[in-house]
Design a protein around this ligand. Structure first.
Ligand code: ADP
Ligand code: MG
Length: 709
């Protein structure tokens, strides 16, 4: 007989009744392997069943809750296919609704005439009549109404909503009493935070808005706290480590090959960087400069410095597109100087990957450019001298911490076009030294910016036409579409007293919008690019746009960072109200990179308020990245400054994920968490008095290769 296995949070999901290998595979696709993963698989939204609609006022799109009295005996109809359906009428003061259930004969006795139920589902209209098909039903007692909110999870093939709900509940039951709270009690008390078990229970099965809100606040705090602890401990370790000093040698070998002269601020930044490199403590410097200010050259100088000192150089970019572009720009320069270069991407064929890994480990490759694949296990450097990350704001600070841990003795340069407000810099980066590029290269022009609403659609189209006719190219950016149905609330819309008022205009989805534009401009090449495309497809689409074969590129924010198309003269952003101002500013920086007079149009979606438009108009008059970043932080909280994965997928910075951080988190929570983390480390730097916390921290900051490759 098999000994009974003790079930722990690390048990695989297959210990749950009804979950076998097939379902486990489906869960794996969602990143859920263990029971604990399941508990941390937070709902993507909640069904609001607390707002009761009269039938006559039920929304035309999406689901809603209605409270109805059963008005007729349910009739069971047998179909020839052996299927059955159950049919009855139910009514409220405003109308009558026909309700149907399929293959659920047993419900016949449940819906007795005169009984009252809360039904949740889509109300269809058939003339004056209403109809609902298989709505969720719960007996309605006015004084003790059923739960107001139901969790909705992100699904995948092979797993239904019901299945996930059931499994989460089962996992919760199995682990009952096992949840150890990583947050020190004194901190919980000081900040008025509920305990972990309560928070997890409420996030999945909320008793009401108030308790869900408390759960949310607590979990957000914890994410911030772990994050701050991780950054602070990394920084402590860095300060103690040794780096191989890199003496400045002959950088003009590089500069003389450039078709331009360096700007004064590039020269200053390069001297600051070189001064750091020459020291025996590892450089931890951030280079901030608006898009187009010429950060890449500064990175190249640092990397050359490493190579000239017999060390290796690493450049990590947040997207494959950007990594490729850097490689195309830099590889010829460095190869001409006699250094072997390589490009390492997730999409690189396995055999080639192996070869590159070997080249890196024996030092045969001097410069490697790639994505976060460079962080994965098995990628070892022979003698790393300088590690550069580009567009750091897209990576997140936790990845920087990982990078630093992996290459403790290397000098690190992080580059970002997003100026980080001072108040955040300390938290996010553990206080790096900062160099700034304050001027744009000569000849750059300002991108004229306009905020418009839907009434301008035709004029916008005419403008696109004109740009293309003049030989320019057009970017059209659409927000990435989330799965979300009418009637559902996301966590950010939940406050202690109910749903927060929230604008949600309908969105333009990249794929459908590209189709519309292709119809509108039949003679012009229109292409579409989004995060769910295969790497090869993306590459082909991008190549066609670079070559000028396609004139209009409709895309999600995958093009946000770094891509250089000098011929692009118009950046049109749809549903611009959905983006942070900093992000819009970044996107705007994609145009105006060549000689063409360039424009940015921020199109607010249908139903956007005057306030939303006003917010967008700020960009029409402001070009100062810092001012824009500060405004963003005030308005939207710190969420935008934390890492967002490409195309808005799961927020993840290596092992540490901000699952909830932008669900209504505010700056003060982040600052509180940072202060608390610092204080705790001062008392107990090794966290020896807090084993549960230490374990969480180690988990959060370890590289999860499963995600990376
Ligand atoms: P970013 O700071 O956004 O990364 P890049 O490094 O991509 O900017 O530079 C943008 C463009 O400007 C590139 O085409 C680059 O070759 C060019 N560039 C960089 N420095 C200068 C300069 N000093 N004078 C003229 N052009 C420059
Ligand atoms: Mg760049």
């Amino acid at each position: 007989m098999k000994a009974p296995v003790k079930i722990t949070k690390d048990s695989p999901v297959t210990v749950l009744p009804g979950v076998g290998e097939v379902k486990a595979k489906a869960y794996a696709k969602l990143g859920v392997f263990t029971l604990s993963d399941l508990l941390f698989y937070y709902p993507r939204a909640y069904e609001d069943r607390s707002t009761i609609y009269p039938l006559a006022a039920s929304p035309a799109d999406g689901k809603c809750a209605v409270v109805l009295v059963v008005g007729s005996e349910p009739k069971l109809v047998r179909l020839r296919s052996r299927k059955t359906f159950l049919k009855f009428r139910a009514f409220d003061e405003s109308g009558t609704c026909e309700i149907t259930y399929f293959n659920q004969d047993y419900l016949k006795s449940v819906f007795s005439v005169g009984s009252i139920f809360r039904f949740y589902g889509k109300v269809e209209r058939a003339g004056k009549k209403y109809a609902m098909s298989s709505p969720a039903a719960e007996p309605w007692v006015e004084e003790a109404p059923p739960p107001p909110l139901y969790a909705v999870y992100k699904k995948t093939d092979g797993l239904t909503q019901k299945q996930i709900q059931k499994d989460v509940a089962a996992a919760m039951e199995l682990l009952f009493g096992e949840t150890v709270d990583p947050l020190p009690e004194e901190i919980r008390e000081k900040r008025g935070l509920c305990d972990k078990a309560f928070a997890l229970a409420q996030i999945h099965r909320p008793d009401g808005f108030e308790s869900l809100n408390r759960a949310k606040n607590r979990l957000i705090y914890e994410e911030f706290f772990l994050f701050s602890l991780g950054i602070a401990t990394t920084r402590l370790a860095e300060e103690k480590s040794y780096a191989f000093p890199l003496k400045r040698q002959n950088l003009s070998l590089l500069f003389s090959r450039l078709p331009f002269a360096l700007t004064a601020s590039q020269k200053t930044a390069i001297s600051e960087i070189c001064a750091d490199l020459a020291k025996e403590t590892p450089m931890r410097r951030m280079l901030v400069g608006d898009v187009g200010s010429g950060k890449t050259v500064c990175a190249a100088a640092a990397m050359l410095c490493a190579l000239q000192n017999g060390r290796q150089a690493v450049l990590m970019a947040p997207t494959e597109i950007l990594a490729r572009q850097h490689f195309l720009d830099l590889s010829p320069l460095f190869e001409a100087l006699g250094y072997k270069t390589a490009l390492l991407l997730g999409a690189t064929p396995a055999a080639e990957k192996r070869k590159i890994r070997e080249g890196l480990s024996i030092g045969a490759i001097g410069l490697v450019i790639g994505t976060h694949v460079l962080l994965s296990e098995g990628v070892e450097f022979f003698a790393p001298g300088v590690v550069v990350t580009d567009e750091q704001h897209r990576f997140g600070a936790a990845q920087r911490a990982q990078l630093s841990e992996k290459n403790q003795s290397a000098h690190l340069l992080v580059m970002s076009a997003t100026p980080i407000p001072r108040s955040l810099a300390l938290t996010l980066y553990g206080d790096l030294d900062v160099s700034r590029l304050t001027e744009l290269p000569p000849g750059r022009q300002r991108v004229d910016t306009y905020a418009v609403d839907e009434t301008f659609r035709e004029r916008v189209n005419t403008f696109i036409e004109k740009q293309v006719a003049d030989g320019g190219q057009v970017f059209v950016i659409c927000p990435s579409v989330e799965e979300r149905e009418g009637g559902e609330l996301s966590l950010s819309e939940i406050g202690a007293f109910g749903p927060e008022p929230f604008e949600r205009p309908p969105m333009k989805a990249a794929v459908t919008h590209a189709k519309e534009l292709a119809e509108r401009f039949p003679d012009v090449g229109v292409a579409c690019l989004h995060g769910r495309m295969k790497s090869k497809e993306k590459e082909a689409v991008m190549a066609a746009f670079v070559s000028g074969e396609t004139k209009i590129l409709v895309s999600t924010t995958v093009v946000e960072v770094g891509v250089n198309i000098p011929n692009a003269s118009l950046m049109l952003i749809e549903n611009a109200e959905r983006f942070g101002l900093s992000q819009l500013h970044q996107l705007r920086g994609r145009v105006g990179r060549g000689n063409r007079k360039s424009y940015c149009i921020l199109a607010a979606g249908q139903g956007s308020s005057e306030k939303a438009l006003g917010r967008l108009r700020v960009l029409a008059t402001t070009y100062d990245g810092y001012a824009i970043a500060e405004a963003d932080l005030r308005e939207r909280g710190p969420g935008d400054f934390l890492a967002v994965s490409e195309d808005g997928g799961v927020r993840q910075s290596g092992g540490l994920s901000f699952r909830l951080a932008d669900a209504g988190s505010d700056l003060s929570t982040l600052l509180d968490a940072t202060a608390d983390a610092k204080e705790l480390l001062q008392q107990d730097a090794a966290l020896s008095g807090y084993p549960a916390l230490k374990e969480e921290l180690q988990k959060a900051f370890t590289i999860k290769t499963g995600y990376i490759s």
